[in-house]
Ligand binder design. Structure first.
Ligand code: ATP
Length: 546
């Protein structure tokens, strides 16, 4: 599987999909640039999301599975917001990862900083399941490395490696006889003596506003686009003649100072999100949660991710944020993960009234009874103020006023793009121009996502064929299609070049075009060639794209 990932990463660089950021200066961990083809691909991912969620959404009729009709609108808000936003939302205090320096790992890997993450393990045996035990494992290297350390931490023999079941960051230890446990080392990692004490590390990037640059001028790059939507909820409702249920959507950059960026673009420090905040009445929120979970899952399938590689994973009760009634992750079997493990593409969360209430009243915390209340400081004042603005909604049908509940489908544009790239990669055997069987690399992108929709070739560079081919090329271009023209090299090689970047159709102009007015359209996946009248080519490609 990792060999496959190497091939995919090398194709991405070779053909200009994804480059390391600032590569000529040695790059930067956790930052990636998109080349010409990657830029087109990612644009198409974003565009497919925008078209399917907003532009083509019919607000007059309930889509299949929806309780009733609803509206969807977009906003574009700033990356740097008033710092109070992050205090009220809880990010300032709580958007943290645990960071622990591991002296042993530092020595071993000669890194200045070696960080890791907490995992929770449960011992399972005939007697039942133990309470969860939290241990810290350094995350240098990949899963096998972490697993080896987890085994060591749990004092287990190597032969049980395949009994470790990964579930997100939780390791379940299944069917391992109790007598085979060693001494469980370090329920608190500090006791091992090799790790410094765990520290909270806030993942928000800091910046300074203005020329003076005092501490009071500290601001943050947003770690999610969602807050820009919440703080504009009232503006949108007051200005747009919209009614609930209502989805407000945004696509944009987010930034997280991830402790361990890895797996190509999967965990980056700068990335793009595509988020929907769906506001509805509390009575209906559970139904809407189910609707959005299913609808977002289907979206990936429609764009070519096969069902057997995509799971909808409901969070367990103890995984849920304190305000959430339900959260499901849409996860894909990325090739860099071990067999049976999945990586998150999108989280769909039922967030109750947590967000709007926080921005009205101030930072909230959960009480022992499981309700929410404003967190107070030592003077009995709200620890972090909300806006004090009324963000309730008045339903003129039911004559009721309430704080809307929110269902949030939050997707990552880069993770989706990476999943579509991984899924597209195929190798098969095809004869070359001399009839010898050769390995063909073909990127089977869904035509809507393919960076280039069609390539136009004159068979030979004479007899008026290039002129005719250029006419076809320009006709396709003027229909707004991203197409390419190529007259270099043998026709078979030109096909291969397009297969490798996922162009769904190649259009060849030959002698028949000039004599009988026909061109051949070759299909990337079936390799089928059909004859089409030259004047119908553009319509035919447009038809196939619909
Ligand atoms: P993870 O558990 O993988 O860190 P998360 O649960 O923190 O992700 P959310 O806060 O729910 O992620 O963000 C929503 C989406 O944003 C994720 O499903 C993912 O697609 C994307 N995303 C989050 N963090 C990153 C990142 N560091 N790099 C790329 N995409 C990301």
């Amino acid at each position: 599987r990792s060999e496959l990932m190497d091939k995919i990463a090398s194709l991405c660089k070779r053909r200009g999909f994804i480059f390391q950021d600032s590569e000529i200066y040695g790059g930067q961990n956790g930052f990636w640039d998109y080349g010409p083809l990657g830029t087109e691909l990612k644009r198409n991912v974003r565009e497919a999301w925008w078209q399917d969620m907003i532009a083509r959404h019919d607000p007059l009729d309930a889509p299949e599975g929806a309780p009733h009709a609803f509206q969807m609108v977009g906003v574009e808000t700033t990356i740097i917001m008033n710092p109070q936003v992050w205090k009220a939302s809880g990010h300032f205090d709580l958007f943290v990862d645990k960071m622990v320096d591991c002296k042993a790992a530092k020595k071993r890997y000669r890194h200045d900083h070696v960080y890791g993450r907490w995992i929770t393990g449960k011992r399972k045996s005939k007697e039942g399941e133990s309470d969860p035990i939290r241990v810290f494992v350094t995350a240098v290297g990949d899963k096998p490395e972490i697993e080896a350390q987890a085994l060591a931490f749990f004092g287990l023999k190597k032969k049980y490696a395949d009994r470790l079941e990964w579930e997100s960051d939780v390791i379940n230890l299944t069917e391992i006889p109790v007598e085979d446990y060693g001494i469980v080392v370090a329920p608190e990692a500090t006791e091992t003596g090799t790790l410094t004490a765990p520290r909270d590390f806030n993942l928000m990037f800091k910046t300074i506003i203005g020329a003076l640059g005092t501490v009071e001028d500290t601001a943050y790059l947003r770690p999610e686009t969602a807050q820009g939507i919440f703080v504009n909820f009232k503006n949108v409702v007051d200005s747009s003649r919209v009614k609930l249920p209502l989805g407000i959507c945004q696509v944009g950059k987010s930034f997280r100072n991830e402790i361990t960026p890895r797996h190509f673009t999967f965990r980056s420090r700068e990335f793009e999100q595509m988020e929907i905040e769906f506001f509805c009445s509390p009575d209906e929120s559970q139904e809407w949660y189910t609707y959005w979970r299913n609808r977002r899952y289907s979206w990936y399938i429609e764009l070519g991710i096969p069902e057997e590689k995509l799971i909808l994973r409901e969070h367990h009760k103890d995984e849920l944020a304190h305000y959430s009634v339900g959260t499901a992750d849409i996860e894909y079997a990325f090739p860099f993960l071990i067999e049976g493990e999945y990586g998150e593409l999108e989280g769909v969360a039922h967030r109750g009234d947590f967000d709007l209430r926080s921005h009205m009243e101030g930072k909230l915390k959960a009480t022992d009874e499981g309700t929410l209340e404003v967190e107070l400081n030592e003077h009995g004042q709200p620890k972090y103020r909300g806006s004090g603005k009324d963000l309730t909604y008045f339903d003129d049908q039911t004559r009721e006023r309430f704080i809307p509940h929110v269902v949030e489908p939050s997707a990552g544009a880069d993770r989706a793009t990476l999943a579509f790239i991984c899924e597209a990669y195929h190798e098969d055997k095809q004869p070359d121009d001399k009839g010898n069987m050769q390995t063909r690399v073909v990127m089977k992108f869904h035509p809507r996502l393919a960076p280039i929709k069609a390539a136009v070739f004159p068979l030979v560079k004479k007899d008026g064929q290039p002129e005719k081919a250029k006419e076809v090329f320009r006709s396709l271009k003027s229909a707004g299609l991203n197409v390419t023209y190529d007259e270099q090299g043998a026709i078979g090689r030109r096909y291969r070049r397009q297969d490798e970047i996922g162009t769904p159709w190649c259009i060849t102009i030959d002698g028949d075009t000039l004599e009988q007015g026909t061109v051949t359209i070759r299909d990337r996946d079936s390799l089928e060639q059909v004859l089409v009248k030259v004047e119908d080519v553009t319509d035919e490609i447009l038809r196939r794209l619909r």
